[in-house]
Design a protein around this ligand. Structure first.
Ligand code: NI
Length: 207
């Protein structure tokens, strides 16, 4: 962020410029974190959201993209912030009006799997970002992230495999958008193929 910008300049920040600044902001926020919730995860969620947006013309594009970019900026596993403080700091510093920041934070708060116990976000923007985030827990990326997270927390490989059954295999049935559903098919099939192969090699009891 550039302190030399006057507030009048900030009001005229283009959507693309705002997105670019959000990418810089989250890169700084996550620097040094090698876990599954890092800047690369955020960028994959952002790209998933862009794909889903192509088929959801009624959605507020700026809200979706900023929520996708900021969705883990206050993740409780990484930051001890309250009330989306990191996300709000970025939005306020870039002249995003408070009511719009509230909407973006509502979307962010509707996305979390654990916090929402399977409740479907009421806004189309929330449903898109939730799908975008969930897609990143599936497929080859999902496998890599699950074992990286387990390793980081000192868990045996078998515990990470259990996570497939407890959460990852359920995600396909929880997608909100048509695009999300379609993208989830292939990623789900890969999770199943991985587990089948693991079974061939001795199953989770063997690891
Ligand atoms: Ni996430």
């Amino acid at each position: 962020m550039d302190d030399l910008h006057t507030s009048a300049d900030k009001l005229h920040t283009s959507a693309d410029e705002l997105t670019r600044r959000a990418v810089d902001y989250i890169s700084g926020l996550f620097s040094g974190n090698a876990g599954g919730h890092d800047a690369a995860h955020t960028m994959r969620v952002y790209r998933n959201a862009l794909r889903i947006l192509e088929e959801e013309p009624g959605a507020d594009r700026e809200v979706v993209l900023l929520a996708a970019l900021l969705h883990d900026a206050d993740d409780h596993k990484l930051f001890a912030t309250k009330d989306n403080a990191n996300a709000r700091r970025f939005l306020a510093a870039n002249g995003v009006p408070e009511e719009r920041a509230d909407r973006i934070c509502e979307v962010i708060n509707a996305v979390s799997f654990s916090a929402n116990r399977g409740r479907v976000p009421y806004s189309v923007e929330g449903r898109i970002v939730q799908d975008a985030d969930r897609l990143d827990a599936m497929g080859a990326i999902g496998v890599a992230r699950t074992f990286a997270y387990g390793g980081e927390h000192g868990r045996p490989l078998g515990d990470s495999v259990q996570h497939f059954y407890d959460k990852l295999l359920l995600l396909k049935g929880l997608m909100n958008t048509e695009t999300g559903n379609r993208l989830a098919e292939r990623r789900h099939a890969f999770l199943e193929a991985f587990l089948k192969e693991l079974e061939e090699e001795g199953g989770k009891e063997s690891i």
